[in-house]
Design a protein around this ligand. Structure first.
Ligand SMILES: NC(=O)c1ccc[n+]([C@@H]2O[C@H](COP(=O)([O-])OP(=O)(O)OC[C@H]3O[C@@H](n4cnc5c(N)ncnc54)[C@H](OP(=O)(O)O)[C@@H]3O)[C@@H](O)[C@H]2O)c1
Length: 327
């Protein structure tokens, strides 16, 4: 048996109680969607709906009777997710459809099926995304962060644009606060795997900044668009990270304080997809985004010139890949 001196017991108790109180305070600050109104008859598309934030969003919307197209790259995983949701609710409708955002062919097939069968979209949630540890590329040869996190959703929205515009559908863009940290739009190297001199995954951060720039351009072009950060969440997102044992030791207390569950982080997506969010003054163009289930303003200083250049470069990246595949 260990003998712990009573002099140490009191500070240890105070410290533990303080950490728990701080965690409780943070959970309250993260916010929750309070609206539980029915979404019957409303059609949502959620990319990456099989796990993490996309899964929790799908589950919550289904419980509110929505119809959701689960746009997933692996249909077996989508079926597993449906099975899990059906253990919790019999409401709503779930439609699994294949979509690989790393393939233009898959995006085109998905969009044409949607436009043909589902002409009345209520909301598209661009949620699917990833962070890679080593060089990975899309089928068209673009590095994976640019290719999947930005260009794939750019092409998807373009192909669905008539459907979205006609219905004034919401377009929800899942960005991240990482867009404020060590991120830039490196126009000279767009789509290339670059090893930046940084401790952070700059290619990921850059892609999340692209999400914000993209949401701004969509807003300017008359789309009903909302951009958000879900917060740091416990999901499959970190599946490729391989932390050392001492990382666990050093970072566990901080992570425990900061880390939301997928269900807590998804509140920001659900809010953006269903609630009354933007106003004339608070929209992506004025730098506002949803965080902790309310609007806040980004610290990033956006540049209109970069915004337009990114749009043009995305159009030409798609055209270049299409003409290469047809020649
Ligand atoms: N977790 C966080 O702390 C955090 C913080 C800020 C922002 N975000 C953003 O939140 C979004 C969701 O992330 P998450 O945390 O829920 O991660 P996750 O659990 O890893 O889920 C990501 C989803 O994206 C899908 N996906 C990946 N590549 C795809 C592709 N080529 N085509 C179609 N789907 C693809 C995955 O499918 P598979 O299951 O088949 O791989 C999965 O369904 C991402 O955009 C991420 O950048 C996350």
């Amino acid at each position: 048996m260990f003998f712990v001196p009573s002099k140490l017991l009191i500070p240890a108790g105070v410290l533990t109680a303080s950490v728990f109180a701080l965690r409780r305070y943070k959970i309250r600050k993260w916010g929750r969607v309070t609206n539980t109104s029915s979404l019957k008859g409303k059609l949502f598309i959620i990319t990456g709906a099989n796990t993490g934030l996309g899964f929790e969003t799908t589950k919550a919307l289904t419980a509110r009777q929505a119809t959701t197209i689960m746009a997933c790259r692996n249909l077996a995983k989508a079926d597993e997710a449906i099975h899990k949701i059906r253990e919790t609710t019999s409401e709503g409708e779930l439609i699994p459809m294949e979509l690989d955002l790393a393939s233009f062919q898959s995006i085109r097939k998905f969009a044409s099926q949607v436009n043909e069968k589902y002409p009345d979209l209520y909301c598209l949630v661009n949620n699917a995304g990833l962070a890679a540890q080593k060089p990975e590329f899309t089928q068209e040869g673009y590095e994976i962060h640019f290719g999947v996190n930005h260009l794939g959703q750019f092409l998807l929205v373009d192909l669905l644009k008539d459907n979205l515009k006609r219905n004034n559908s919401r377009v929800v863009v899942v960005s991240s606060r990482m867009h404020e940290i060590d991120a830039s739009i490196d126009l000279e190297n767009l789509g290339k795997w670059v090893e930046y001199d940084s401790r952070l995954n700059r290619l990921y951060n850059n892609s999340k900044l692209m999400n914000f720039y993209y949401a701004r351009e969509l807003y300017k072009r008359g789309f009903n668009v909302h951009v958000l950060c879900p917060g740091l969440c416990h999901t499959d997102f970190f599946r490729h990270y391989d932390p050392k044992w001492y990382h666990y030791l050093i970072f566990s207390p901080i992570v425990w304080l900061m880390l939301r569950s997928a269900e807590q982080g998804a509140q920001n997506i659900i809010y953006s997809a269903t609630d009354s969010v933007t106003s004339g003054e608070q929209n992506p163009v004025t730098g506002h985004f949803v965080s902790n289930v309310k609007m806040r303003r980004s610290k990033f200083r956006f540049d209109e010139h970069v915004s337009e250049r990114l749009w043009e470069e995305s159009v030409s990246a798609i055209a270049k890949a299409e003409s290469a595949s047809s020649s």
